[in-house]
Design a protein around this ligand. Structure first.
Ligand code: ZN
Ligand code: ZN
Length: 111
């Protein structure tokens, strides 16, 4: 039975040295627990799939939570899930994956 706690990288199949994978990318700190991606692959994914925060203009790396703003015309804008960027009134949040947001969740209005 394999009790190793470090799973193979989903991208390249190499053993991930430590989980979570930590990476600093353009000022954003990323701690990735799931999926298991090794650091070199994560950096590559960040370069390919990062998007821009509509609020501060900063980088939103893949595999992070995002606030989703409905910009009209079926367009979405994405913002950081931080107190600076995530203003009250945002109706949605999601998960920024490889170039698309997934798992949209509508935040219930507080009564
Ligand atoms: Zn890898
Ligand atoms: Zn931001």
């Amino acid at each position: 039975m394999n009790l190793s706690k470090t799973p193979p990288c989903e991208e390249c199949g190499e053993i991930v040295e430590s989980v979570p994978t930590c990476l600093e990318f353009k000022g954003e700190e990323i701690f990735l627990f799931d999926p298991a991606i090794c650091q070199p692959c994560l950096e590559k994914l960040c370069e390919i799939y990062s998007t821009e925060c509509a609020n501060c203009g900063g980088t939103i790396p893949p595999y992070s939570n995002v606030g989703i703003l409905k910009a009209g015309n079926g367009q979405n804008q994405y913002i950081h899930m931080t107190t600076q960027c995530n203003t009250p009134g945002n109706a949605f949040y999601g998960y920024w994956g490889k170039g698309t947001a997934r798992e949209y969740v509508q935040i219930e209005a507080c009564s």
